[in-house]
Design a protein around this ligand. Structure first.
Ligand SMILES: [Zn+2]
Length: 226
């Protein structure tokens, strides 16, 4: 089950909502988002995704090209800064690994030269600690390299391409949809009565939806601008 809005919905009580499933009386499976705190507010997955992506679709169809371009430019800037940070982290981790590798070799050489059992035990302990450190750094390195590949391959080329060629939400993959959503809608709050409140990063975007017609269309009772 893919929860497109995982981590994107905030409950009225302030906690983030997470995807969950349950069985109905006849054994059918229901997917929904559920508040992580005691209040247990929940909202059907199909219902809330239709509403939220309905708004997103409406936005990319109606927002003026210049505005959309600037939103993408900002998103691209953020991604580029993030890419730089990841690259620095990768270089630092590789350097750390190299130093740990040299340290390991120095310990091994020392052990082969020394007779004192006490010192050898000490060096073996240092070797073990060195190994744990190398594993830790290697894992971190793998994680950030994976993140960087994902960032490069998936999200941005697709977003830019989609913007240039066709404003078509269905052509985006999960990450693309999430990124677009985060670029345009700042916060989505689910109320206990199942109404949904949106906060937009820009007034122009909010104004687009602020007309009564679209309010009725989306069954939203409040649109907040930050
Ligand atoms: Zn809650």
């Amino acid at each position: 089950m893919v929860y497109l809005l995982s981590g994107q919905l905030t409950c009225e009580c302030g906690k983030i909502m997470a995807g969950a499933t349950s069985r109905g009386r006849k054994g059918e499976l229901y997917a929904y988002y559920k508040c992580q705190s005691k209040c247990k507010t929940r909202i059907r997955q199909d219902y809330v995704e239709e509403k939220v992506f309905g708004i997103l679709d409406y936005l990319i169809q109606h927002v003026d090209d210049e505005k959309l371009r600037s939103v993408f430019k900002t998103a691209k800037q953020i991604a580029e800064n993030y890419t730089k940070q990841l690259n620095t982290a990768i270089q630092n981790s590789k350097l750390e690994l190299k130093q740990l590798e040299e340290e390991k070799q120095a310990h091994i050489n020392a052990i082969s030269r020394i007779d004192d059992q006490g010192i050898i035990r000490e060096l073996n302990a240092k070797l073990m600690f060195n190994k744990l450190n190398r594993l830790r750094v290697q894992k971190y390195l793998n994680d950030i390299e994976q993140l960087l590949t994902k960032l490069k391959a998936d999200i941005f080329p697709e977003l830019i391409e989609t913007y240039d060629v066709k404003k078509d939400l269905s052509s985006l993959n999960t990450d693309g949809k999430r990124t677009l959503l985060m670029s345009l809608i700042k916060k989505i709050t689910v109320k206990k009565d199942k109404s949904i409140e949106y906060e937009f990063g820009s007034k122009d975007i909010a104004d687009l939806l602020g007309v009564q017609k679209s309010l009725n269309f989306f069954h939203t009772n409040k649109i907040t601008v930050i």
